[in-house]
Design a protein around this ligand. Sequence first.
Ligand code: HEC
Ligand code: HEC
Ligand code: HEC
Ligand code: HEC
Ligand code: HEC
Ligand code: HEC
Length: 440
Amino acid sequence: MTEESRFPRRIQAYLLPLLLVFIFNLQIYAQDEEAVVVDETETVVADASEDAGIDKAIWDEGKKLFRANCASCHHPINNMTGPALKGALNRWEGQDDYQGITGKEWMYRWIRNWNEPVNDGMPYAIAMKDYDPSVMNLFIALTDEEIDNIVYYTDNSDWKPATAGGPAISEVETKTDSGIFKTLLLLLIGVLIMIALILGRVSTVLNRLVIEKEGGIAPQRVPIYKSKALITALVLAAFIFVAFELADGAISLGRQQGYQPAQPIAFSHKLHAGKYNIDCQYCHHSASQSKHSNIPSVDVCMNCHKAVQQGPTGNKEEIEKIYAAADYDVFSQEYGPDPNPIEWVRIHNLPDHVYFNHQQHVVAGNLECQTCHGPIEEMEEVYQYAPLSMGWCINCHRETQVQFASNDYYELYKKLHDKGKFDEITVETIGGTECQKCHY
Ligand code: HEC
Ligand code: HEC
Ligand code: HEC
Ligand code: HEC
Ligand code: HEC
Ligand code: HEC
């Protein structure tokens, strides 16, 4: 009967390693919940600039100036309020000298004060004036060198300093998952292994009893740490654990539903888009014009905050941060020479292998921003509302009917639909679930 009294201690011996695996596991999940903000500037490869023959210092300077002064109306390669600026210098240089002044010099004059070349009758400037009903701001204080830097940047805007994205936006590595599911799964695996071990043990004990009863000599007992069953079970558990972690980690890498980082200025969508009902596209105007939706530049804030100098509670601190970024002096009402873009922390971020286009969804698809971004106008601080997973995109493509009313690209399908060939034309019907539509 000695075997029976020893049995409980054995179970403890099995439990211990399993428990350790467990605690280790829980700790990993706990860490997952923290978002780690990685400053991109650290990962910029030092010699990348030499590879492309780009002078990073000038490029950075130009980008900074461009973002602070021009980005509210211009995009380097897309036409916005103003024309795409890439190649602008070439266009001006391509003009004949006028009044003995070169095209390039006329461009400097245009940028500082476009009225001047227009009033002087410079033909290209006069033609350019009609590009858009809105007029360009004056930038009297910009030096030739600063304009050169801006042009350098816009002509080379497709160059990237080794890592993706602009330096004003920090990338974020984070992973928040339903750890509970995984923990339960591991618990199950643990219990199964325990049962297997206990059954194995019981059968050895019974075997020995039978042998002893028949007068034979039972084989020597193997010590627990040499037990083949236990070692196999542990190796198996470790293998399953590692494989699971790897696969899951790879799939959800970078996913961050609910992500809500603190921003450098306490900008409230609830106040601006909610209470004051400012149209989303007043600030995010490129959402209906291009792939990306822009984050407004300091200039856009200044349109109102030159006048609105304090918040609803009389608080001035946050708005002063805008002035600091724009290098604006409230008292003299003058801009200084050193504006800096506000370093908003990027929230939504699809992996590089996915192609997503705002214009397609907002204009052709006629979708509200809120369908994908949630009740932004109620958010004091923006958080990521949708999972941004592949399943999320595909499900909506399966369920959503193409809006014939808002675009006439799909005449053919409309006719087929009217003829009764299709009951309903969803985004899937027009190919919205084909891999290459979303993957480069
Ligand atoms: C408030 C909007 C606005 C801002 C800010 C702005 N621009 Fe413009 N820009 C325009 C518009 C609009 C035009 C087209 C002319 C027109 O319709 O009056 C234009 C035209 C130009 C052109 C001529 C383009 C060509 O193809 O030849 C240049 C060059 C230019 N802008 C440079 C700049 C630079 C550099 C900055 C920043 C320092 C800047 N702009 C800021 C609105 C703006
Ligand atoms: C007055 C300007 C302004 C208006 C109006 C505005 N936004 Fe924004 N939006 C911003 C700024 C600035 C940020 C960056 C700071 C932040 O995340 O709060 C931002 C961030 C966002 C983001 C997160 C971007 C990211 O980093 O992934 C989304 C999504 C967004 N806005 C959607 C909307 C929608 C939808 C509306 C209309 C209901 C709207 N915004 C109205 C200025 C504005
Ligand atoms: C269309 C006009 C408009 C634009 C554009 C605008 N704001 Fe405002 N902002 C306001 C108004 C109005 C208030 C509220 C004033 C009040 O209620 O007393 C305000 C208030 C604020 C406050 C104070 C909030 C508080 O509680 O103290 C901050 C900070 C702010 N805005 C930041 C920004 C930033 C950053 C931008 C640019 C991305 C921006 N705003 C663009 C109109 C604007
Ligand atoms: C069909 C879903 C969908 C709709 C509709 C939509 N967005 Fe987005 N939005 C996204 C996705 C997905 C991203 C992430 C894009 C990326 O990482 O490239 C995003 C990113 C953004 C960003 C961050 C900058 C960027 O482009 O990466 C802003 C700002 C934004 N959206 C604003 C808007 C506004 C304003 C509207 C409405 C005019 C809108 N979105 C409509 C899905 C949508
Ligand atoms: C809320 C619904 C919705 C979500 C979520 C959504 N889409 Fe779409 N998507 C649409 C609609 C509607 C269209 C059709 C637009 C049109 O009529 O051209 C579309 C069209 C597209 C197209 C063009 C398909 C074609 O055949 O031309 C691509 C590519 C695309 N979406 C990518 C994405 C990606 C990537 C995501 C996820 C990050 C996503 N979409 C999420 C509704 C959605
Ligand atoms: C409507 C857009 C869309 C279509 C169509 C689509 N994908 Fe994706 N796919 C995505 C998005 C968005 C992600 C990123 C998901 C994430 O970050 O978790 C993704 C991620 C992936 C990944 C990386 C693993 C993962 O889940 O993150 C693979 C592999 C993949 N897709 C393969 C495919 C294949 C194969 C097809 C065709 C059968 C396809 N995709 C069709 C949008 C799409």
